[in-house]
Design a protein around this ligand. Structure first.
Ligand code: UDP
Ligand code: MG
Length: 305
């Protein structure tokens, strides 16, 4: 009998958790010849999320919870889930029912019968999301695909079922700055995509502000690509060329105001490049510290690591 582990990162999800539990257990119980474990990762919630998941764990012996000592972010929550899942197949899904539970059945079938290593959900629209966020996300995935040459598609999220072998490969990647979409692509394996329409979250609010989305996007780029440094070098070279030409020209005409704006422009460019270098240095700095990715305050399950 196969065991399916379902990892659910939760940050202030009291409004939707009871419905999520009902929907997901209904599907899991209908998949033949399998057992399941539900791993709720409470990522430092300040509402009643912890009470709710404790209640579920009390009612259902296949339910487990891990409560973090503070909010460490969804990446850390997913990592904690992967480290502690004991199933033959492992699922990551959001608590807000934006990842349709009915797909789990098809995911399991694809892994089991079609021999895929991973079966992932892919949103084919972004209904219920703001136009600006939609546009920015779309542009970000275009940029990151060009810079990293990795397959990171817009619409492809973290919602997926993986074999134990793929999960173990991901766990080998112990970096502190985690960008899961990049890690999935890095480890490779055979992935089948199941398309679904986006739905609005079934309760509560999104945990992502524009600021956090931007910092997540930059984290993605800087942890998977060194192309920005190369671009900086190329632009530097071009600017030196331009400045040689303009200095020859200006030695005849002396356009003071033109020079002032040129100096301002060049200092701006230099600051941007210093900041790009700084991003890579700070990544090294955090990797070198080897701080834990998350800290568990309490759980009802024996920790695997
Ligand atoms: N989440 C988390 N920690 C955080 C932010 C979010 O564990 O710091 C969880 C959240 O509870 C949800 C999932 O990550 O289960 C996705 O979050 P959300 O729905 O806010 O993201 P969106 O769907 O808007 O991208
Ligand atoms: Mg959501």
């Amino acid at each position: 009998m196969d065991k399916i582990s379902v990892i659910v990162p939760c940050f202030n999800e009291e409004d939707v958790l009871p419905l999520f539990y009902q929907e997901v257990t209904k599907v899991l119980e209908s998949i033949e010849n399998t057992t399941y474990e539900l791993l709720f990762i409470n990522d430092g919630s300040s509402d009643h999320t912890e009470d709710l998941i404790k209640l579920m764990a009390h009612k259902n012996k296949q339910c487990f919870y891990y409560s973090f000592s503070r909010n460490f972010g969804k990446e850390a929550a997913m990592y904690a889930g992967l480290e502690n899942a004991t199933g033959d197949y492992v699922v990551i899904m959001d608590a807000d029912l934006q990842h349709p539970p009915y797909l789990l059945k098809e995911m399991y079938r694809s892994l089991k019968e079609e021999n895929y290593d991973c079966c992932a959900g892919k949103r084919i629209d972004r209904t219920g999301e703001g136009k600006l966020r939609n546009f920015l996300s779309h542009s970000f995935y275009k940029v990151i695909q060009t810079l990293t040459k990795m397959d990171m598609d817009d619409g492809a999220g973290d919602f997926r079922m993986m074999t134990r072998q793929m999960v173990d490969a991901i766990l080998e990647l112990k970096e502190y700055n985690r960008y899961m979409k990049g890690l999935f692509s890095f480890v490779g394996f055979n992935t089948k995509w199941l398309e679904f329409h986006n739905v609005e979250r079934q309760g509560g609010n999104t945990k992502w502000s524009f600021k956090s989305l931007f910092s997540y996007a930059f984290k993605g780029i800087f942890s998977f690509s060194s192309t920005p440094i190369t671009i900086a070098g190329v632009i530097g070279g071009i600017l030196i060329g331009i400045s040689l030409i303009t200095s020859l020209y200006s030695s005849f005409v002396h356009p003071i105001s033109y020079l002032t704006s040129l100096v301002l422009f060049l200092s701006g460019i230099q600051l941007i490049f210093v900041s790009i270098l700084g991003q890579y240095c700070s990544s090294c700095y955090f990797e070198a510290k080897q701080r834990p990715i998350y800290i568990i305050k309490n759980t009802n399950k024996k920790l695997r690591s």
